[in-house]
Design a protein. Sequence first.
Length: 148
Amino acid sequence: MGILYFKKIQPQAILPHRATPGSAGYDLHACVAEQVVVLPGETVRIPTGLCAALEGAGDAVLLIYARSSLAVNHGLTLPNCVGVVDSDYRGEIIVALTNQGKETYTIQPEERIAQLVVTPVFLPEVREAQSLPETERGAGGFGSTGRK
């Protein structure tokens, strides 16, 4: 199992929590003193006021995903699709958000802005190869397996 520790670096920071017992992710909240206006096409960095450490979970990573309600209803998503918090990072967790919508969106203090998912990481040894094993698909790329 393991323990996910959070250190508040801002007193008003909100510890992440799961909204329901079936939630895969922990909600991350904006740790801002006042509203943050995000114009269409603009990217902002929103602090959470938290640092994290995952202990006893072996090789794992914290992944930050957009909240589906913000993405679908307002076009607010992560510019890199998924944020990565490496296991040895101890700085503040910052959430980058891009407004891909057509309307301005205003982030409120303490608003839930993203979700944090703990994911195992497989770290194989890396070696150079002169050839790779053949497969039925081979080097077929985008769309090579058809649509149906």
